[in-house]
Design a protein around this ligand. Structure first.
Ligand SMILES: NC(=O)c1ccc[n+]([C@@H]2O[C@H](COP(=O)([O-])OP(=O)(O)OC[C@H]3O[C@@H](n4cnc5c(N)ncnc54)[C@H](OP(=O)(O)O)[C@@H]3O)[C@@H](O)[C@H]2O)c1
Length: 284
């Protein structure tokens, strides 16, 4: 498996499995199937309500000797309502059944996200997070975060796919070496993206599906990519992208789609609502 080396020398597999909007039961099956297929990275979040399921699938794979814990890269995200809760990180680890995560994000630029990031920095210093991430940060909020961060973010999660490559934010972050982990890599399954003629043409050439061409493009762009799926055939084929390479001309051709569409563009007011959107387990 190809990896990307973060600026603190931590290795991240370039391809992992995403778990957004996947029920706990399906998550457990998908993550286990992915680990069996050879995936070594899993992305989850407090808000996906499936961290326990991720932990169970990983524990089963470790128990059965399929993987060692230290060979699997696990990322999760702290939700804004927990940014000022001192138990946020320990409760997250408890749900996952882990002593540490490989990458810990603050999920949204809402509420007291500086306090949230301070919790991440503390977890990093204590060895409970091997690297740190921010997600969905942009403009003034990104600048506030960067100015306050004692440990600069190793990774940023942003919407990224052939229609949207977030060049301006990544240019800004290149000063620190922060890497992009792209969410919605397949446009959240948008049939329009998958049907773009360029992917059909390249798919015919390389005997690959449109999704495989897109995921290969992500990895050749230098992005870490985390397609979500609960379909065993998709989980298998999404991982089967390392036996061919797109040429520079083909990468450029796909590049022409960039800047044409974003699926999610919240305004400040919508974004700030996350700071009061409590998760059901907070009542426990
Ligand atoms: N930081 C954030 O705010 C944020 C936001 C959104 C997502 N994320 C993370 O990013 C990950 C990826 O995003 P996502 O899962 O929403 O979107 P995605 O990976 O772009 O697309 C997932 C959708 O595509 C379908 N799909 C997967 N493989 C396919 C294939 N080979 N052919 C056709 N369809 C395929 C899936 O359906 P099947 O189940 O049928 O395969 C699912 O409906 C998430 O799972 C999550 O971990 C982070």
């Amino acid at each position: 498996m190809d990896t990307i080396v973060l600026f603190n020398d931590v290795n991240v597999p370039v391809l992992g499995i995403g778990t957004f909007m996947i029920s706990p039961e399906d998550t457990e099956n998908s993550v286990y199937a992915a680990l069996k297929e050879g995936y070594r990275m899993i992305d989850t979040a407090n808000a996906y309500m499936n961290e326990e399921a991720v932990g169970k699938a990983l524990a089963r794979a470790v128990r059965e000797g399929l993987v060692k814990r230290e060979d699997v890269f696990v990322s999760t995200k702290i939700w804004p309502t927990l940014y000022e809760n001192p138990r946020a990180v320990s409760d997250t680890l408890k749900r996952l059944g882990l002593d540490y995560v490989d990458l810990l994000f603050i999920h949204q630029p809402a509420g007291n996200f500086i306090a949230g990031y301070r919790q991440l920095e503390k977890a990093y210093r204590e060895g409970r997070a091997r690297s740190l991430g921010i997600s969905n940060m942009h403009d003034k909020k990104l600048e506030r975060l960067l100015a306050a961060a004692e440990i600069k973010p190793h990774v940023i999660q942003l919407e990224a796919h052939p229609y949207c490559t977030e060049d301006a934010i990544m240019d800004r972050l290149s000063a620190f070496g922060t890497r992009l982990m792209g969410w919605y890599p397949l446009g959240h399954g948008d049939p329009g993206l998958l049907a773009e003629p360029v992917f059909g043409r390249l798919g015919d050439k390389y005997h690959k599906s449109a999704a495989q061409i897109i995921l290969r493009w992500h990895t050749q762009m230098g992005f870490i990519t985390i397609p979500g799926s609960k379909n065993p055939e998709h989980i298998r084929s999404n991982f089967d992208i390392f036996d061919f390479a797109l040429s520079d001309e083909e990468m450029e051709e796909i590049r022409k789609l960039a800047g044409t569409k974003k699926y999610y563009e919240p305004d400040n007011e919508t974004e700030e609502k996350y700071a009061s959107m409590h998760l059901s387990f907070e009542q426990d």
